[in-house]
Design a protein around this ligand. Sequence first.
Ligand code: ATP
Length: 354
Amino acid sequence: MSFLSISHLKKSFGATTVVHDFNLDIEKGEFISFLGPSGCGKTTVLRMVAGFETPSSGQISIGGKDVVNLKPNQRNIGMVFQAYALFPNMTVAQNVAFGLKVAKKPQAEIDATVHEMLSLIKLDHLAERFPYQLSGGQQQRVALARALATKPQVLLLDEPLSALDAKIRVSLREEIRAIQRKLGITTIFVTHDQEEALSISDRIVVMYEGRAEQVGAPFEIYNQPASRFVASFVGTLNTLDATVRDAGAGVITVDGKDVTIGPRLNGHKAGDKIALAVRPEAVSLGEATDKRETTLDGKINSVHFLGSVIRIRASLGENTVSFDTFNNPSAPPPEPGEDVKVSLCAKDLLVLGH
Ligand code: ATP
């Protein structure tokens, strides 16, 4: 049996249902991200796990125990929020000690745990500072230490990095993941940032309109999206219109060129219009060099020089694709308006379902 189990969870506010039949089983020590656009219900599910919100129906169990009727402080959960929710009139050490004081732990144990937690987040030297004397990233590390000090069985992180600037966000997410691994604590991390979710999760739950659209490892979510929504929300995606030419042989026509995609036409017949998804990494500039690739005629729309990578947008007749190419110091990038060849890798074309 899984460690944290959510089954048939539903939440309505008045007549509006914001979480529909949400099911998820999380193993002990797993790092799970809830990823989805604003308003899809990520925080509401997290708040039901924490006990701040009561489900309209459904079950949540932790370690085999039903927790729906337990108060937040009876669930043994640590939580970190987006805004730095530190107590402003307490020092770093006092903030970290707070939960242990409330639990009336002996002073020697409190001191030892505060020291342990501050070493974990590498802020022992700032123990006597007040929150206003810390950077945003440091405040979030203290919030993490405070959440972990009571040795919770589950850690809930609600967009803990979104108020920080980009560089700190990347370093702190790596630190959070390293600490989570070290402690082996079961964690749910809410984010609307797909790169963040892809980079740190064991598994991602992609949410849309209060439902789990797909649950899977980052590699699986990115490469085998289960729906059009997942395909477009996670990663950059090109959507191409195509027509089926020979269903039996798996041949489609894209911008006047035949492409053999094999037995992936899901019952479509000759003449059907279909939509294809293709990731930027299956598109390249220049003639095809591999027999699984097809060369199309294109025209450059825009070129963004990003340093090591150059992001290109090109039209291929009716369709438009975005893709990246590596900077080559001895060859300047193409210019907007230039006629080019663009090759597509047929095996990476995904026929979109719903
Ligand atoms: P965000 O990324 O913007 O935080 P989210 O995916 O976490 O979004 P939720 O905060 O879970 O989304 O909200 C889901 C839906 O439930 C939204 O439409 C929101 O307006 C609604 N909602 C949340 N809390 C309440 C409430 N207390 N009363 C009424 N509606 C609510």
